[in-house]
Ligand binder design. Structure first.
Ligand SMILES: NC(=O)c1ccc[n+]([C@@H]2O[C@H](COP(=O)([O-])OP(=O)(O)OC[C@H]3O[C@@H](n4cnc5c(N)ncnc54)[C@H](O)[C@@H]3O)[C@@H](O)[C@H]2O)c1
Length: 248
């Protein structure tokens, strides 16, 4: 993707799954990547001179600020933020009346407050670089998902939050967009131990224009595009990457 070379991009929830794929793809495209997760992710084959691992709980304001500070200390700038950390695969599916206040707030904390805290912490550096934010929402924001009222609401909030801060940051040249994946065979999904995985894969395939499974690598292109200069005139948008279920 043109325009990513040398950019410094912080990706949350980059220890595994979609976040990990995003980090690896961005590094391959020449970006310098900061991988944030609850524990510092292993860098593996990422080039050590262009990759940094930081421990950050996105719901913990001081840790989020420290992650941005560590990025600036190591690379001297921040050009992009990918708010990918989120709770999904481990969430129990249950009717909305069975979702208690504590469980509701646990999902909201990571999936919405976490996005907000990271955007706030990164904003000063992104204003300096005239950088970009990509928030990971979900296709359920547009189609709903029975049994996941809290999760669906949190991802709808991400879309609205994206539109709102795009309006606030645009004047400073900072773009804010979102990517909404459909059902993706991430590490979290594959490792969730649920016995209905095959049925869920089949249902997802049957609902798609493109009747196939979706992997984390399928999501990275849209993220890279929105971070890159190729999307210089795009802000406040959400790109759905779901094989053609939600059709805008
Ligand atoms: N997999 C899907 O089908 C799917 C579909 C649509 C959207 N999404 C979204 O994509 C994102 C990634 O999903 P995934 O399936 O790859 O997840 P995953 O479970 O494979 O990985 C999520 C990562 O986020 C980290 N994380 C969780 N809470 C955190 C916190 N408080 N602070 C920092 N890191 C934290 C985890 O440690 C983990 O490494 C999530 O926002 C999810 O809602 C996933």
């Amino acid at each position: 993707m043109p325009g990513l070379d040398g950019k410094v991009i912080l990706i949350t929830g980059a220890g595994q799954g979609i976040g990990r794929s995003i980090a690896e793809h961005l590094a391959q495209a020449g970006a310098r990547v900061v991988l944030g997760d609850l524990a510092p992710p292993a860098l593996g084959t990422l080039p050590p001179d262009r990759a940094l691992a930081v421990a950050m709980d996105v719901t913990h304001e001081a840790m989020v600020k420290a992650a941005v500070a560590a990025t600036l200390e190591r690379f001297g700038r921040l050009d992009g933020l990918v708010n990918n950390a989120g709770l999904y695969s481990g969430i129990l599916h249950r009717g909305f009346e069975q979702i208690g206040a504590e469980e509701w707030m646990r999902v909201m904390a990571v999936n919405t407050l976490g996005v907000h805290l990271c955007c706030c912490a990164a904003a000063p550096a992104l204003r300096e670089s005239r950088g970009a934010i990509v928030n990971i929402s979900s296709a359920v924001a547009f189609k709903g998902s029975a049994g996941l009222a809290h999760y669906a609401a949190s991802k709808g909030a991400v879309v609205t939050y994206t539109r709102t801060i795009a309006k606030e940051l645009g004047v400073d040249g900072v773009r804010v967009n979102s990517v909404a994946p459909g059902f993706t065979l991430s590490d979290g999904i594959l490792g969730s131990g649920r016995n209905d995985l095959e049925a869920r894969k089949a249902a997802a395939q049957a609902s798609r224009c493109l009747p196939r499974d979706q992997a984390p690598e399928d999501v990275v292109g849209a993220v890279a595009f929105l971070l890159s200069d190729a999307a210089a005139a795009m802000t406040g948008q959400t790109l759905v990457v779901d094989g053609g279920v939600v059709l805008h």
